[in-house]
Design a protein around this ligand. Structure first.
Ligand SMILES: NC(=O)c1ccc[n+]([C@@H]2O[C@H](COP(=O)([O-])OP(=O)(O)OC[C@H]3O[C@@H](n4cnc5c(N)ncnc54)[C@H](O)[C@@H]3O)[C@@H](O)[C@H]2O)c1
Length: 441
């Protein structure tokens, strides 16, 4: 698989903008797109709120395998917009019946690829959440589906458009940090302690658990899994590296001219949470509680580390990426904005404040959605288009691949193959549970 550079030509249409007047283009009433949401959980409803607020969506369909969040979202939509979307538990039925023009996908990661590909094939534009997929092969298939058509895809990497990320990136590129030879990305914190297994239990009334598990292995239902907890179950996601690491690895790929690392190594484990438990009666999570990944690029080394224990005030920043340069250290953060610490401690730090469109959850989904709409109307590539987000998603997935394999991998990023290691290459995909069929590119 070879990915081109074409998207870099037309991106960043809204980068840095914190307010975009409506309607987006020209005079007259803005077009309202028939919009549908798959996955009515926390983040899906965050995105849908921005879609409704932008004034260019008529919500025609909602889909969730669990009746409760589906109905809560339907009530909110009706209250906010008066729209009365049709409700579904199977996205395939929704695509066929309501023929949406825009589909938002905010399901757990194992359920990104198929809905995205099917929505594109049905002719819809897609806003899909990060990381693009659970395995690298799925993401390749999503990209192939996008490239085969003319629909616009935006991926939920809102840090690509957040004002302090844009200004921080300008600072990094200005030369004020000097020559950068190393980047360290991290998420740390949490109380820690051994994880107690929870009893597996009856599937809640109104939840289609078989469909929730879908193409992934079907585990016994446990309340640790859903909502939200699936992030730390490796059948459905890729732990903290997949969930958080993708945002910071995306910042690194945004900053560098290099397109991919030449090797990746990751190690970690569950020294504090303890061994994973998955019996017929009880379960713990199984993702690592601490992990290090090393990405070797031509001109710099990037590392990732997360730790879910020993959270305290001893470290100045607890999330983000340090860029180490010959003129000082630059920290790209989240709620703490960005800060440059000049070399030698004699000069004062330089700081950029964060500016979120959603202060509660600390995101810039509003700008990301508007950039998506501009992409649809002008047929330009949005900032977090599928090619960009695919390459950023491959990095955490490669880190997890190395973690599972227990050795480093050499990466041919042009062909998207691991060099000289058939066992490792086999992990770029996985078998789907019957009757689902893996979407090879
Ligand atoms: N960009 C960001 O900063 C950001 C932040 C949070 C979450 N996310 C992403 O959003 C996605 C959802 O995360 P969340 O925290 O809202 O999870 P969640 O568990 O709260 O919600 C997921 C919903 O999807 C439903 N679902 C599962 N399988 C489905 C299927 N086949 N069809 C329809 N619905 C299905 C679940 O029942 C649940 O209601 C994830 O990909 C996550 O990585 C992104």
């Amino acid at each position: 698989m070879k990915t081109g550079r074409r998207t870099f030509i037309k991106t960043a249409s809204l980068a840095g903008a914190s307010f975009i007047p409506m309607p987006l283009l020209g005079a007259g009433p803005a077009k309202r797109y028939r919009t549908a949401l798959i996955g009515c959980g926390w983040w899906g409803t965050n995105i849908l709120r921005e879609a409704m607020a932008a004034g260019q969506s008529k919500v025609v369909g909602l889909c969730d395998v669990y009746r409760r969040p589906l109905q809560v979202t339907a009530d909110e939509v009706e209250g906010a917009s008066g729209d009365q979307p049709q409700l579904f538990d199977d996205y395939r039925e929704m695509l066929a019946k309501v023929r949406p023009e825009i589909v938002i996908i905010a399901t757990p990661d194992h359920w990104h690829a198929m809905p995205c590909i099917d929505a594109l094939k049905s002719g819809a534009h897609v806003f899909v959440e990060k990381p693009t997929s659970h395995t690298i092969g799925e993401s390749q298939a999503m990209l192939a589906a996008a490239e085969a058509g003319d629909r616009i895809v935006q991926v939920g990497l809102h840090r690509r458009i957040g004002p302090h990320h844009v200004s921080g990136m300008e600072f990094l590129r200005s030369g004020k940090v000097g020559e950068i030879g190393m980047v360290r990305m991290f998420v740390t914190g949490g109380a820690g302690g051994k994880e107690t297994p929870s009893p597996n239990s009856r599937v809640p009334t109104g939840m289609n658990w078989d469909l929730w598990c879908g193409p992934a292995p079907k585990r016994a239902y446990n309340r640790k899994l859903s909502p939200g907890g699936w992030r730390n179950f490796l059948d459905y996601a890729n732990g903290t590296l997949g969930d958080w690491g993708v945002h910071w690895l995306d910042q690194v790929l945004w900053w560098t001219d290099e397109r991919y690392p030449k090797s990746v190594y990751s190690t970690g484990g569950r020294p504090i949470l303890g061994a994973a438990v998955a019996t017929e009666t009880e379960s713990t999570t199984d993702a690592p509680d601490s992990q290090v990944a090393v990405y070797e690029f031509e001109s710099f080394t990037a590392t990732w580390e997360h730790r879910k224990f020993a959270g305290n005030q001893s470290e100045k920043h607890r999330i983000g990426a340090y860029f180490y340069g010959t003129k000082g250290v630059f920290h790209m953060g989240w709620r703490d904005g960005w800060t440059f610490y000049p070399k030698g401690n004699s000069d004062s730090p330089v700081h950029g404040n964060p500016d979120f469109s959603d202060k509660k959850d600390g995101n810039n989904l509003k700008q990301l959605w508007q950039d998506f709409l501009i992409g649809i109307e002008r047929r330009t590539q949005p900032v977090a288009n599928l090619e960009v987000a695919h390459r950023s998603s491959v990095l955490p997935l490669l880190g997890m691949l190395s973690y599972k394999l227990g050795r480093s991998v050499r990466w041919d990023g042009d062909r998207e193959q691991i060099i000289g290691d058939s066992e490792a290459n086999a992990l770029l995909r996985r078998d789907y549970r019957t009757p689902w069929v893996y979407p090879d590119a």
